[in-house]
Design a protein around this ligand. Structure first.
Ligand code: BES
Ligand code: MN
Ligand code: ZN
Length: 495
């Protein structure tokens, strides 16, 4: 999408369609009031007729009344005025763009940005607008025989700001948001792709394509033989049951001097999780194609960062493999040696995410990270605890946890802090190895985090469990692209 901003009077600006917001019970903000005045009460009449109520989600497309320079007016419902927060703002963007995507209109003018949202800087209004608009037109139909529905025609959006200064901030936000949206799209496409297509080698190829597109990105792909040399016994124990070879993808973004310590993002990429010999039950097992969501989000974040070009260093480390049962698969009871030297008794082969992450975390020490954040669809317990609203954040560092939570809040990709300490690790005790890969069921997400913390001693580390936030089930089944937006904002906020 192309974006422009202006602080000129929207009433007198020509465009194919002016988008005007009306609040619940027909209340007008400043922009709507201006349109109503200029059109001698045309909006007021629509409200009186009961055609427009201002309820959230409402969208009426009408020919522009006399007095308005635009050709059409799209009236979108914004819900109660006193509850108009960034979430309601995003819902209005979504409703407007969804309505326009069913037309052939190529350009539109967005006026709600002039009214703004209390407490939200115009930059973040822009970020959220662009990300939401992109999400509203996202389709995944590359694996359908006949593509459903017409192509989206909307190309240009002009957003109105109240002052010159805020028009500039708004434009910055819209452009950055559009770059982040490209990263989110990349992540969603990767995760939505069927698991026979999106396997570890495919993910590695996609990382290579990203690196070929952006000159500040560099990629290195490690093979099973290289992992073996490095002593990654935990990662390889997961991969060994599959016909698909594992890959360790290292994608580096160089935006600052090599002397500046990087942020390292580590993403779990199980391209399909059957559970292994500890086989999962059939219902919804197809959704385990999304178990590469952490790795997908890390690659998508690097894609977004490369678009935005900040002066900082970021490295993505993505262990990718399949978790399959077979004659060569790891058995419950097998003991493996991780790259850290610690031995692990595999009591449940379905707790595979932590097995691949622990070696990827140990590997990442070589980059001497300023901060290291792993991202994983790690535990079903996290879905039970937080649903799909929040990403879970685990960290020993209050500062790191806070900056992740705040980053998520600013961009509408929210996270919630959960506890991690070694009390949760006590149940990982093993009679035969240094510890086991599973412990108590109770507090399962924190037990998994405690497992990982045994490999992050001395690092400025946080763990994000995205088992709930990375995808939606049911009728709207599909990847959400979270937490690309949070991670990108986190990286930008450190510059
Ligand atoms: N990928 C799953 C976690 C998951 C489950 C994410 C459901 C989203 C929805 C992970 O590999 C897993 O199987 N975890 C087990 C761990 C258990 C064996 C300790 C789980 O949560 O049941
Ligand atoms: Mn599993
Ligand atoms: Zn898994």
């Amino acid at each position: 999408m192309q974006y422009q901003t202006t602080s000129a009077n929207p009433v007198r600006r020509r465009s194919a369609c002016a988008i005007v917001g009306v609040f619940k019970d027909g209340k007008f903000g400043a922009a709507a009031a201006a349109f109503d005045d200029a059109s001698r009460g045309a909006l007021t009449r629509l409200v009186k007729d009961g055609e427009v109520t201002g309820a959230a989600g409402e969208a009426h497309l009408i020919p522009a009344p006399e007095g308005i320079a635009a050709a059409r007016v799209l009236v979108v419902g914004c819900g109660p005025r006193d509850r108009f927060d960034d979430k309601a703002y995003r819902a209005a963007v979504s409703a407007a763009v969804a309505r326009l995507s069913r037309t052939r209109l190529k350009d539109a003018m967005w006026t709600l940005s002039a009214d703004g949202v209390d407490g939200v800087d115009p930059y973040y209004l822009g970020r959220q607008s662009a990300e939401t608009a992109a999400a509203a037109v996202y389709r995944f139909d590359e694996q359908k025989g006949k593509t459903a529905g017409p192509k989206v025609r909307l190309e240009t959006i002009t957003a109105i700001a109240d002052t010159r200064a805020s028009a500039n901030r708004l434009l910055e936000g819209l452009r950055d948001g559009d770059g982040v949206a490209a990263g989110i799209r990349f992540t969603r496409d990767l995760a939505n792709r069927s698991p026979n297509v999106c396997h570890p080698t495919h993910m590695a190829q996609e990382a290579r394509r990203l690196a070929a597109r952006h000159k500040r990105l560099e990629v290195e792909i490690l093979s099973a033989a290289q992992m073996k040399k490095l002593g990654m016994g935990a990662l390889l124990s997961v991969a060994q049951g599959s016909e698909q070879p594992p890959r360790l993808i290292v994608l580096r973004y160089r935006g600052a001097a090599a002397s500046q310590a990087p942020v390292v993002l580590v993403g779990k990429a199980i391209t399909f999780d059957t559970g292994g010999i500890s086989l999962k039950p059939p219902p919804n097992m197809d959704e385990m194609k999304f178990d590469m969501g952490g790795g997908g989000a890390v690659l998508g974040t690097l894609a977004a960062i490369a678009e935005l070009g900040p002066k900082t260093n970021v490295i993505g480390v993505v262990p990718a493999c399949e978790n399959m049962p077979s004659g060569r698969a790891t058995r419950p009871g097998d003991i493996v040696t991780s790259m850290s030297g610690q031995t692990i008794e595999v009591l449940n082969t379905d707790a595979e995410g932590r097995m691949i992450l622990c070696d990827a975390l140990t590997y990442s020490r070589r980059f001497k990270p300023a901060a290291i954040v792993d991202v994983a669809t790690l535990t079903g317990a996290c879905v039970i605890a937080l649903g799909n609203q929040y990403t879970a954040v685990f960290s020993h560092s209050d500062d790191l946890a806070r900056s992740l939570l705040e980053a998520g809040d600013r961009v509408g990709d929210p996270a919630w802090r959960m506890p991690v300490n070694d009390e949760y690790g006590e149940s990982l005790k093993s009679n035969f190895a240094d510890f086991a890969n599973v412990g108590a069921r109770e507090g399962g997400s924190s037990v998994a985090a405690a497992f990982l913390s045994r490999f992050t001693e001395g690092l400025n580390w946080a763990h994000l469990d995205i088992a709930g936030s990375a995808w939606k089930g049911g009728r709207e089944k599909g990847s959400t692209g979270r937490p690309v937006s949070l991670l990108t904002e986190f990286v930008l906020s450190r510059c």
